[in-house]
Design a protein around this ligand. Structure first.
Ligand code: MN
Length: 136
């Protein structure tokens, strides 16, 4: 057993996120584990770019209210305690609702070869984000 003290929080890259987002690493697996866990804190209206995960991703909301969107126009409103399962390869985004903070644990695995499992795409434009807030 090993205690890992709290790790430093870093501001997320403006190339991959819109708005202010803070990342705190929780777990970085080393073989045979391929698991990564990150606590992601979104300020109001902040969100990821569109992206997909080669081995899928599980999100567990720890605080606040947020949104998850997919290319077919589906938008889910997520709240503390909710868990969202994003299947492998599905393009999606996640973030806070427009008027409140949202934090979630992001849990995902590297591919068996160890390559970066996330494919990053374009930002979610303001109009699309506003529309998502109206949907749900
Ligand atoms: Mn994701």
């Amino acid at each position: 057993m090993q205690l890992q003290p709290v790790r430093p929080t870093a501001k997320a890259s403006a190339h991959l996120f819109t708005g202010d987002v803070y990342l705190t690493p929780v777990y970085s697996g080393t073989g045979p584990s391929r698991m990564t866990v990150v606590l992601v804190r979104f300020t109001p209206a902040a969100r990821t770019n569109w992206h997909s995960h080669a081995v899928g991703q599980t999100l567990h909301v720890t605080e606040g209210v947020g949104l998850v969107g997919t290319r077919d126009g589906t938008v889910l409103r997520i709240r503390a305690g909710d868990t969202v399962i994003c299947p492998p390869g599905e393009e999606h985004w996640h973030g806070a609702a427009a008027d409140t903070f949202m934090s979630h644990l992001a849990m995902f695995e590297a591919e068996p070869g160890g390559s970066d499992p996330t494919t990053w795409l374009e930002p979610v434009p303001d109009e699309g984000y506003r529309a998502a807030n109206r949907i749900t």
